[in-house]
Design a protein around this ligand. Structure first.
Ligand SMILES: NC(=O)c1ccc[n+]([C@@H]2O[C@H](COP(=O)([O-])OP(=O)(O)OC[C@H]3O[C@@H](n4cnc5c(N)ncnc54)[C@H](OP(=O)(O)O)[C@@H]3O)[C@@H](O)[C@H]2O)c1
Length: 249
């Protein structure tokens, strides 16, 4: 394919699977996240078509610096897959740690904005590109304890819709991918290392694998230029959210 694909959250889960999937298709990948050791291991495995960009998406200056220091041909990003994100805690909001909410807003909203604003000028100037935002079914399906996380994912969905409106005619496409429960480290992060709670989050259903989501992302991007997959929801077959007590991330 020979595209340059910048993946945030490439050190784990859905982002890592996206990096592997695009690399397997012959694309160059820029692996972005904070944990450099993990990115370097993945980069070494993927070979010369992969480079590492260690960055915290919450730090706008660091994002700008990291992207400005990419050497050709990695500097002209054809595809951004913004998978970096997190959920923290599952308490009702009156009991929740306010710092958890702040970090989710900083990462899932501000971090996403930093990435989108860093890559879009080049894409628009070149007249082509793809921005893939990883939202969540939690952005439209409420559940107890989903308060700020769900709110950040609703923001992601609306941002994607607005990008569609304002990028019309530029050659740049925007795609929202909203997974249901996927087997990643998100639950260990959410429950701050309490693996019993993390395991319980996926008990009783067969979750998506990160690779399932990555394949869907790649399928969206591989459509011809005149076709945009504007919004894709992908769920485990066993998961059907309802207001009556679904367990969703
Ligand atoms: N798993 C699910 O059930 C599910 C369902 C719907 C949506 N999602 C969404 O899918 C996306 C990926 O999550 P995942 O499930 O793959 O979880 P994960 O395995 O925990 O991966 C999260 C990734 O985000 C990166 N990240 C977090 N904060 C960051 C920051 N400040 N700067 C840069 N990178 C950061 C992490 O890397 P470092 O820690 O190395 O920085 C990691 O690579 C998230 O947006 C999540 O909301 C997940």
């Amino acid at each position: 394919m020979n595209r340059t694909v910048l993946v945030t959250g490439a050190s784990s889960g859905i982002g890592e699977a996206c990096a592997r999937t695009f690399a397997a298709a012959g694309d160059r990948v820029v692996l972005a996240a904070r944990r450099r050791d993990r990115l370097q291991r993945l980069g070494a495995e993927l070979g010369t078509g992969a480079i590492v960009a260690t960055l915290d998406v919450c730090d706008r200056a660091a994002v700008q610096t990291a992207l400005a220091s990419l050497a050709p041909p990695f500097d002209a990003v054809d595809v951004l897959v913004n998978a970096a994100g997190l959920a923290l805690g599952r308490d009702p909001i009156h009991l929740a740690d306010p710092d958890d909410g702040r970090r989710m807003v900083e990462t899932n909203i501000n971090g996403m904005l930093h990435m989108v604003q860093a890559v879009l000028p080049g894409m628009v100037a070149r007249g082509r590109g793809d921005v893939v935002l990883i939202g969540s079914i939690a952005g439209s399906r409420p559940y107890a304890g989903g308060n700020v996380y769900g709110g950040t994912k609703a923001f992601v969905a609306q941002l994607a819709a607005n990008l569609r409106a304002e990028l019309r005619g530029t050659g740049v496409r925007a795609t929202l991918v909203e997974p249901g429960t996927t087997s990643t480290e998100i639950f260990a992060v959410r429950f701050k290392g309490d693996m019993e709670k993390a395991r319980a989050a996926t008990a009783g259903l067969r979750p998506l694998s990160p690779g399932d989501v990555a394949e869907a992302v790649r399928w969206c991007i591989d459509r011809p230029a005149h076709v945009t997959l504007s919004r894709l929801e992908i769920m485990p077959s066993d998961e059907a959210p309802s207001l009556l007590g679904a367990r969703i991330e």
